[in-house]
Design a protein around this ligand. Sequence first.
Ligand code: BES
Ligand code: MN
Ligand code: ZN
Length: 521
Amino acid sequence: MKTLLALSIGAILAGSTLLSPAVSAATPTPYIHTQFNVTESMQQADLLVVLVPEDSGELRLSGWDRASRNHINRAISVAAFTGKAGSQLEIVAPVGLNYGRVLLLGVGNPAELTRAKAEEMGASLSGWVNGTKAETVHVHSQLIANATDNHRISAALAHGVELRNYRFDRYKSQPDARPAQRYSWQVALATDARVQFEQKQALAQGVFTARELTNLPGSDGYPEAFARYAQQVLEPLGVEVTILGPEQVKALGMGSLYSVSQGSHMKAHLLVARWRGNQDEQPIALVGKGNSFDTGGYNLKTQAASILRMHTDKAGGAAVVGAIKALAGQKAPVHVVGVVPLSINMISGDATLPGDVVTAGDGSTIEVGNTDAEGRLILADGIWYAREHLNARAIADIATLTGAKVGALGNAYSAIFTQHSDIEQTMREAGDLVQERVWPLPLEGYDGIVRSRIADRINTGSPGAQAGAIFLQHFAGDTPWVHIDMAGEAFVNSATGIHPEGSTGHGVRLLTEWVKLYQAQ
Ligand code: BES
Ligand code: MN
Ligand code: ZN
């Protein structure tokens, strides 16, 4: 009796009344176990990684005697290692050195090595290190003489290592051991470099939060659980979090958002998260689709493969939470508000019927031509809320919105739609920087595309990606706005580059860099 009582109180305190008994999503756990340390001095380690610019000539590092030098340089010449960017040469049991292995990692011409390429190299370095037994890794960067390149490249490599080492193992009763190496990054000037490392770590933490939220199965990442999880990770960073429950959503007139979850007992919520990093009155708003599962509703998704991944339909909302977390963690001097309309698209006797008409927050009416086009229904009210209640000076919405986008661009690019060239420019710049690339599709020339016979507009139309964008455009009104369709980019089946298998956290790095670029111009 006693134990039972103690248990149930414990469960209530842990917030698990909101959650399925299997797993408490409300308990944030550390995302990774790898540790980093920035230093100017040589550290003892199991593994020495030397960053080698192209055509460095004979390698000499302080502490290497003649025998060590000979061994390593002979290996270089036998393997014809030139230091080309991304090339690697492993030397096991190097003569005269106290390291089990030395890995030479080519960085090409350091001035030309991009952030994205360095991150990829860090990710593949990490994959390789995880295959060795090394527990401590020392990364020597001092052959990169220019201090700016030295810090930039080291921080980007570390970011790549970190991004690759995230694991989603909360549902495994016996998870595989996580990567848990200790890395020391030996850089030109540790105090200068440390700031860059910290900024990158805050960014990675944002990505991990987004991956975690996106990875949550539909039944555990439902609207209220998503909102509470976001609140728990954001408030400690000084972010102001407001959660509107279903009654408030209805009272504010957001019938379009409300309608998507009306068939479920897991009702609509709206998450609002404000980072006030400067005193600007008008915030930049990021609005993300947080549909915790997409069955399609009465327009049911009938293919097993297409419905299975639909727990990732909250990836846009997760990206917004992650970006707010990153910007707050970086103490970025920006005023930004994340808005996440949260829903679950399910069927019951109360669910929306195809052909029903709902009324959005702005008072306009929408014919639900297809209950599977639910993303735009929740975003319509999210965008309107950002414009009407938050007085946003610009709005970017991001969503896994249409299969048509995947058909057009695959997962190499997100589609962006905007009539503002400054937004388009900065978005493309941000995308190139972090390799979450975007490509513009047109808004002009589709008059009548979402015309409804009986209501103000309908949530379907062809071509599909444009119909989604043009539908949303109405709700942004005159506020400068961009729509990002990231369908197809939320999830990878197997580890690739900086992503372990599963959710990618796509959009966090794009939005974080975009907000800073847009603010700066
Ligand atoms: N969440 C889906 C879009 C999607 C599809 C994301 C594939 C990721 C991979 C969205 O809600 C949806 O179902 N869209 C429909 C809209 C249509 C019914 C107008 C689509 O694109 O087929
Ligand atoms: Mn859908
Ligand atoms: Zn969807």
